[in-house]
Design a protein around this ligand. Structure first.
Ligand SMILES: [Zn+2]
Ligand SMILES: [Zn+2]
Length: 143
């Protein structure tokens, strides 16, 4: 059975065996067996019911625990989740493919001017404020 590891410094539990990808610490420890549950009896995951115990009794009581590294990691992951939500909404919006108002072709493309070159995160944040325009590849109409 596989093992799960956690970073004793920042508490990252999605880490490799050798180094934490969040804080670059190499103080990685295996998560004690009792906090682990298994999906399909083979894939180890942190037991969600015991997650708070694990954080309190293991991570935060570790001598290596570093509150500022923890705060940075949690802040980063929340920001990431926030961007992921925005991006997912964007992708859902885009999956509703618009239709050309004149010939009703669905072969239309979004014209982006300002958006070009913007990073995907920035694009996610600002694209709602940018007036979108579309071009029909069938009849050439733009709107
Ligand atoms: Zn770490
Ligand atoms: Zn058209």
């Amino acid at each position: 059975m596989g093992k799960l590891y956690y970073c004793t410094k920042c508490g990252n539990t999605k880490t490799g065996e050798k180094q934490c990808l969040m804080c670059q610490s190499c103080d990685i420890s295996p998560i004690p067996e009792k906090y682990i549950s298994y999906i399909a009896e083979t894939i180890p995951i942190l037991n969600k019911d015991l997650e708070n115990d694990f954080i309190k009794n293991v991570i935060k009581s570790s001598p290596n625990f570093d509150q500022s590294a923890w705060d940075r990691r949690v802040g980063y992951q929340e920001t990431r989740k926030h961007y992921d939500d925005i991006l997912r909404n964007e992708m859902e919006a885009q999956s509703h493919q618009p239709e050309c108002p004149t010939c009703h072709s669905k072969n239309v493309q979004r014209i982006s001017g300002l958006e070009r070159g913007a990073s995907i995160a920035v694009l996610g944040l600002f694209s709602k404020k940018i007036n979108k325009s579309f071009k029909c590849n069938n009849c050439g109409y733009t709107w």
